[in-house]
Design a binder for this molecule. Structure first.
Ligand SMILES: [Zn+2]
Length: 304
């Protein structure tokens, strides 16, 4: 064999091996044992009862947009089939009190730019009006698809005083972060807490730094005792919780996520789920869970 051909073949073989190792590491490889994250149902319930007053009576949802992503990007060692990503906003409804809005979705332009193939203008319009009347607006984290509806809202003077944002949500500049104009940023006094924060009767924020610096989960206990846990994007899909499996490294590198922290949160959510089968758990973007929630009635379609 001629020398140049032998060298070429060796180079090609080395490239193939390197590509194989990279594919395994970035797409297939899982993690070691998850660490610890504190998520205790008794503590959540105690915090839900810390603020006196009427608890939520129902939780409503607006399905604002949808897109698709390969399943392989959502979970290490998953297949390459397409997975639907719904983008939604929730309205925690109380008796005789203004609602609390959880997640603000994002406007049509941002949705289309991020590859959304479906956008419901009327649904997003209802999110904007609900924000203008809410007692509080909270987001699970600073990514555009959760906080974008807030930062691009036209009537910031009405909406901004209702926003309850933590410091990282206001200031972090991770990829895909929604940014308030600087002068608007200065008008918001950030919420500072560690662990749990009792936001309102039956509504508790759970600090969960990892997916982003400003990430938190939200626990809701209704007046009739029904309980919810909104994961934000600690997990996009319920399967990650059931399998305790993180996104592939390629995804966590792109997002800039702390995968060790997120995996510990996934394990804690799985333990909480197993011990409390009646708890309604809502991942960030899981169409099957959203459909089931609407069918079972624990989420009601359309804001009031
Ligand atoms: Zn998201």
């Amino acid at each position: 064999m001629r020398a140049w051909l032998r060298i070429t073949l060796w180079i090609l073989a080395a490239i193939a091996v390197a590509a194989g190792v990279a594919y395994w590491w970035l797409i297939l490889a899982g993690d070691g044992e998850p660490g610890q994250f504190r998520l205790d149902i008794a503590e959540l319930r105690a915090a839900a009862n810390e603020v006196a007053g009427g608890k939520p009576v129902e939780v409503r949802v607006e399905h604002v947009a949808s897109g698709e992503m390969p399943l392989a990007f959502t979970r290490s060692a998953a297949g390459w089939e397409a997975s639907v990503f719904p983008f939604q906003s929730y309205q925690v409804v109380r008796d005789g009190r203004p609602s609390i809005i959880l997640e603000t979705a994002y406007d049509e332009e941002a949705a289309k730019q991020s590859g959304a193939t479906f956008f419901d203008r009327e649904a997003f319009g209802r999110v904007l009006s609900a924000m203008a009347q809410a007692e509080a607006i909270v987001v699970t984290h600073e990514h555009l698809d959760h906080m974008g509806g807030l930062v691009t809202a036209k009537d910031l003077d009405t909406i901004l005083p209702r926003a309850v944002l933590n410091k990282e949500q206001l200031t972090s500049d991770v990829p895909f972060a929604a940014k308030l104009p600087k002068e608007a940023q200065d008008r918001v006094k950030p919420l500072e807490y560690d662990g749990l924060h009792a936001l309102a009767p039956g509504v508790v924020l759970i600090k969960a730094r990892g997916h982003t610096p400003g990430s938190q989960m939200v626990y809701v206990q209704r007046a009739d005792g029904k309980e919810y846990l909104f994961l934000g994007d600690v997990s996009w899909k319920m399967a990650n919780i059931d399998l305790v499996r993180e996104r592939p490294r390629l995804a966590t590198y792109v997002i800039g996520e702390d995968r060790v922290a997120v995996l510990a949160q996934m394990a804690a959510i799985k333990a909480l789920k197993d011990a409390n089968p009646a708890l309604h758990i809502m991942p960030g973007h899981d169409m099957a869970v959203l459909d089931a929630a609407l069918k079972e009635g624990w989420l009601i379609k359309g804001f009031k």
